[in-house]
Design a protein around this ligand. Structure first.
Ligand SMILES: NC(=O)c1ccc[n+]([C@@H]2O[C@H](COP(=O)([O-])OP(=O)(O)OC[C@H]3O[C@@H](n4cnc5c(N)ncnc54)[C@H](OP(=O)(O)O)[C@@H]3O)[C@@H](O)[C@H]2O)c1
Length: 325
């Protein structure tokens, strides 16, 4: 089958189209004919070899942790009734950037009737994470919620969910294209954090009070500046790292201000929670209550271009690979 292999750790050019043997479903596994493969920012970090603390993988490997498509075959102990069904699923040990991918039968989610497979693929990771973060943050109506990296795949969902929870939402991103998008998704205010004065703009938007919840999808200096904007009793999620690592918040200062800080560990869901949250995301999308922003798609062969665009900050919302011809 056709697949993309990372042949070494390095830049996007290490992602090379190739032929590999078809996967074979083991006990409790299925093979999915992939229609759409998800991409994630973290996959660019793994490809560079910089995420070894969290992901142990050695080249050559086929990247990709989530796909949508149709079940092609089942292994021993898996219900043959799955064959031919449209599903969205996490994959086993990556392998999603390919014509066929392996998944555990327990991880399969039936794509709701009428739901576009691109939407299903877009939500499998981002929707799971967004619903998990919003559950943990326990947002109350009229609270101020700041989302950084708000124009990314996860950020656009967090803006929508916080708005739906009745919060007043500040979307922070870079460039007018993303800011205009956020205004249309329910953000009450938008700020461009490439402007040095952005923290004052956020504080002014809250009337000086600061924000009650931060979903920091960017980290680095921006994440730290976002922490400084928290009001007493706030909840701060440090799950993002594109700007140079997860925001490292001083725990003494957080305690002094009564701010609850959660890190990346909060979104490392076990299989049951991951499935519950993903099913919820797909159901909400099918009902029209949330909508991923699929900003760009690439044919499978151009996975390297997709990674390059993500790293160049040239993408908006979700980036997907289209696999079946
Ligand atoms: N998606 C998930 O399910 C999930 C789960 C756990 C953790 N996370 C983490 O959450 C963060 C956001 O995830 P995402 O899926 O929304 O990613 P994404 O779609 O790639 O968005 C990341 C955003 O970060 C901003 N950014 C700031 N500095 C950047 C840089 N140097 N290079 C590239 N982008 C930069 C970009 O927006 P601007 O150009 O507007 O700044 C971009 O929109 C990532 O760190 C990811 O690993 C995501």
């Amino acid at each position: 089958m056709r697949a993309i292999q990372a042949i070494a750790f390095g830049g996007p050019e290490v992602l090379v189209p190739t032929e590999v043997p078809d996967p074979v479903a083991g006990p409790g596994q299925v093979v999915v004919d992939v229609a759409v493969a998800d991409t994630l920012f973290v996959e660019t970090q793994i490809r560079r070899g910089g995420a070894g603390k969290y992901f142990t993988v050695t080249p050559p490997y086929v990247p990709g942790g989530a796909v949508a498509g149709r079940v092609r075959a089942v292994g021993a102990g898996a219900d043959p009734g799955w064959i031919g069904r449209q599903v969205a699923t996490r994959t086993i040990d990556f392998g999603g950037y390919a014509e066929q991918a392996l998944a555990a039968v327990e991880a399969l989610i039936r794509a709701p009737e009428g739901l576009d497979l691109q939407v299903a693929a877009a939500l499998l990771h981002d929707g799971t994470t967004a619903f998990g973060l919003v559950e943990a943050a326990d947002i109350r109506p009229t609270e101020w919620v700041l989302v950084t990296g708000a124009g990314g795949g996860l950020g656009v969902l967090l803006v929508q969910l916080a708005h739906a929870a009745g919060a007043r939402v500040i979307g922070a991103a870079r460039g007018t294209r993303k800011l205009d998008l956020l205004a249309g998704l329910g953000a009450d205010a938008v700020v461009d954090y490439s402007e040095p004065s952005w923290p004052e703009c956020v504080r002014a938007a809250t009337g000086g009070a600061g924000v009650d919840v931060v979903f920091d999808g960017v980290g680095g200096e921006i994440g730290l500046a976002a922490f400084d904007l928290t009001a007493p009793g706030a909840r701060f999620s440090a799950h993002g790292s594109p700007a140079g690592g997860f925001a490292v918040v001083d725990p003494v200062e957080a305690e002094r201000r009564g701010v609850t800080v959660r890190g990346i560990e909060q979104v490392r869901f076990g299989p049951e929670d991951a499935k519950r949250l993903a099913e919820r995301a797909l159901t909400e999308a099918a009902a029209g209550r949330i909508k991923p922003v699929i900003g760009q798609t690439f044919p499978l062969e151009r996975a390297a271009d997709a990674h390059a665009a993500i790293e160049a900050r040239a993408v908006t919302g979700k980036t997907l690979l289209l696999v079946s011809r």
